[in-house]
Design a protein around this ligand. Structure first.
Ligand code: NAD
Length: 350
């Protein structure tokens, strides 16, 4: 047993089929009477039907959530919260919607109640992100951590197959990097291994039949665990690469999916215990190859080229990622990182 420091964040998790019925009770628990409800334009009908149960406790709706929390849009949501005299935010949606709740909380300390409908895991973390002029700034602040989270698999039945698969791989990536994080510990490793196992078992069922509530429930359970793992550990090379590529305009969850097997190959020899645990969770012998094979079976994109990356940007991405690296089990160097990105660009088996 290695030395470690273990930190736990406060969490209140209401989990299960139909548990969205607890929303009024949860808002009341926060002592809130004027909720600002957040959603993307596309989920507005579903979100309106859910928050109807809050009656007059809905002070207003902000339905202009977009990806990557652009500062201008976040400021619009902040101003609305202030002008309405809102005393809490109810964020119903994926990481983008929860991200707007966090942006509001960051400057106002309003409590956030999250109802996640993807597998991003953002609801369990103190990590916020804001983008301006093509660059994304992130930080950690306890004020943005949702005070309560309702996971209801019935709200995820319409999440398209491709989004479900990519978002699920985003969650698996959280677990994988927690297993070799510089500040990892045995509790988080247990959670991470179980998260990978739950997601890997659930995703094929979700793709076969998106309305399979059991599979949706298991995937959401895995997503919760995955969010818990990155909440208190540092992320490493894989997340660094995805942040850099996000700056090039590549889609968040899909980029995680393409990069993960290659980042794992990069770290494999330097993190043998993590690799053994990932492989065990997948019932396979080699972690990077098992992740790649699983993605192939799930029909996920395997090449950065297919996500719109330009070949001429590969060298620049390798340079940025290796110049200011996150702590990583293997030394981060330009040459090997360039090789990793070239493999991910062309979709080679790791
Ligand atoms: P997303 O929130 O952008 O959602 C993708 C699309 O799916 C949206 O159009 C959304 O309206 C739609 N959608 C969401 N739930 C749906 C449902 N149940 N049915 C049908 N459609 C649905 O995608 P995401 O991958 O969840 O989040 C990505 C964002 O989250 C990125 O900005 C990323 O940086 C951030 N993130 C943050 C953290 C953190 O800890 N702060 C962790 C992971 C991701």
């Amino acid at each position: 047993m290695k030395d470690f420091t273990y930190v736990a964040l406060p969490a209140r998790v209401v989990f299960g089929r139909g548990r969205i019925a607890a929303l009024p009770e949860e808002v009341e628990r926060l002592g809130a009477k004027r909720a600002l409800v957040l959603s993307t334009p596309g989920r507005s009908t579903m979100v309106r039907s859910i928050v109807g149960a809050l009656g007059s406790r809905v002070a207003g709706l902000f339905e202009e959530v977009v990806m990557h929390t652009p500062l201008e849009a976040a400021n619009k949501a902040r101003a609305l919260a202030q002008s309405l005299g809102a005393d809490c935010c109810v964020a119903v949606g994926g990481g983008s919607t929860i991200g707007f709740g966090k942006a509001i909380a960051l400057t106002s300390a309003l409590p956030v109640l999250a109802v996640p409908t993807t597998y991003s895991g953002s609801e369990m973390t103190t990590i916020w992100g804001l983008s301006e002029g093509g660059a994304k700034k992130t930080g950690r602040d306890p004020r943005v951590l949702p005070k309560a989270v309702i996971y209801d698999p019935e709200l995820t039945l319409e999440l398209p197959a491709a989004v479900s698969a990519a978002s699920g791989m985003n969650a698996i990536a959280h677990c994988a990097e927690a297993l070799y994080a510089v500040d990892g510990n045995p509790i988080i490793s247990m959670i991470a291994e179980e998260g990978i196992r739950a997601l890997a078992c659930a995703l094929p069922g979700v793709l076969r039949n998106g309305k399979d509530v059991e599979a949706r429930s298991d995937a959401l359970y895995g997503a919760w665990l995955a969010g818990t793992t990155i909440a208190t550990t540092s992320v490493a090379l894989h997340h660094k690469l995805c942040h850099v590529l996000g700056g090039f305009g590549l889609p968040h969850a899909e980029t995680h999916s393409v990069v993960l097997p290659h980042a794992l190959r990069y770290n494999a020899d330097a993190a043998p215990e993590a690799m053994a645990r990932i492989a065990r969770a997948l019932g396979a012998a080699d972690a990077p190859q098992a992740i790649w094979e699983m993605e192939k079976k799930l029909g996920l994109p395997l090449r950065l080229a297919d996500l719109g990356m330009k070949e001429s940007d590969v060298e620049r991405a390798a340079k940025i990622a290796s110049e200011a690296p996150y702590p990583n089990p293997r030394r981060v160097e330009y040459g090997p990182v360039l090789a990793l990105l070239r493999n991910a660009y062309g979709g080679q088996k790791p």
